[in-house]
Write a protein that binds this ligand. Structure first.
Ligand code: AMP
Length: 309
């Protein structure tokens, strides 16, 4: 299966995608993780990305596209993948679609993890990560027993440099402006599903897994594999079926309005040529019919007159 996990920073998509990796045994590619690794390693790419990351801005598209292209070309990705934090804007989504179309393996699902903004602020500014084992805590919701120390391994807890309040505000603003439009993008493709990202991690994981399984079952039934050989048209047709049931997030109603407007335009367009045809047709027909009749009527009496003489 080929999945994009959508969601604002702090929506928990990173945590959920790691659980999905364990359950479905497919790799997860997180552009945020890859960029952080490049920054830690002090590579050229990392140096380029750091300033944008610290400011809460997006890193240049060509940088992240290069990283993703490399990952999708690995043998690991042949049996499917989970993309976390990518795409982040419409041009990235279009490039991803083009990349996947070239190998005949279109995206099957865009799963939005939906969380309110106030919750996101607390989750992000309160987040602490163990520098040794990677365990994640939150000083508001899930604090460690000893402040600053990991319960599991005793490692030091770290505060991500882009989790301070100013950067978090920026990241959420960037999300609203650049990433949220992807909700409409994938909904238009019939690939969007939404899970509420609040409650316990296991409850959220259950609803995400349910969505994935509901989505993948019909695909498997018609022979659209989770690995190679998926046919785009079939996958899209099947994937489109459960859309009406979707309990969408905030962006969904906006799109519903747009969709309703579309058929009206179509109706007007269809009506126009009919009127033109109806009006034009009788006039031409009348002229054509009138011409021969006159000719016949006038000619007939003359011939008759000649015969009488
Ligand atoms: P994340 O861990 O996904 O929240 O990403 C952390 C930071 O990495 C973001 O605030 C961006 O600066 C950068 N980043 C991650 N993914 C992307 C992407 N797809 N496009 C551009 N920048 C990204």
């Amino acid at each position: 299966m080929r999945i994009v996990l959508l969601g604002a920073p702090g929506s928990g998509k990173g945590t959920q995608s790691k659980l999905l990796v364990e359950k479905y045994k497919i790799p997860q590619f997180s552009t945020g993780d890859l960029l952080r690794a490049a920054v830690s390693a002090g590579t050229e790419l990392g140096r380029k990305a750091k300033a944008a990351m610290d400011a809460g801005q997006l890193v240049a598209d060509d940088v992240v596209l290069g990283m993703i292209q490399e990952r999708l070309a690995t043998p690991d990705a042949k049996g499917g993948f989970i993309l976390d934090g990518f795409p982040r804007n419409i041009p990235q989504a279009q490039s991803l679609d083009a990349m996947l179309a070239r190998v005949g393996q279109p995206l099957q699902l865009a799963l939005l993890v939906d969380v309110d903004i106030e919750v996101l602020m607390k989750r992000l500014t309160g987040r602490r990560t163990c520098g040794t084992c990677g365990a994640i805590y939150n000083v508001y919701y899930t604090p460690p027993k000893v402040p600053g120390k990991c319960d599991k391994c005793g490692g030091m807890l770290q505060h991500r440099s882009d989790d301070n309040e100013n950067t978090v505000r920026n990241r959420l603003k960037v999300y609203e402006e650049q990433t949220a439009p992807l909700v409409s993008y994938y909904k238009a493709q019939g690939k969007l599903r939404t899970a509420r990202g609040v409650g316990s991690i296991s409850d959220i994981f259950k609803s995400i897994s349910d969505i994935i399984e509901a989505q993948m079952r019909p695909l498997a039934a018609v022979g659209v594999g989770t690995g190679s050989g998926a046919k785009p048209a079939t996958a899209r047709a099947v994937a489109a079926r459960p859309v009406a049931k979707e309990a969408a997030g905030k962006a969904a109603p906006k799109k519903a309005v747009k969709k309703k407007a579309a058929p009206k335009k179509a109706a007007k367009k269809k009506a126009a040529p009919k009127k033109a045809v109806k009006k034009a047709a009788p006039k031409k027909a009348a002229k054509k019919k009138a011409a021969p009749k006159k000719a016949v009527k006038k000619a007939a009496p003359k011939k008759a007159a000649k015969k009488k003489k």
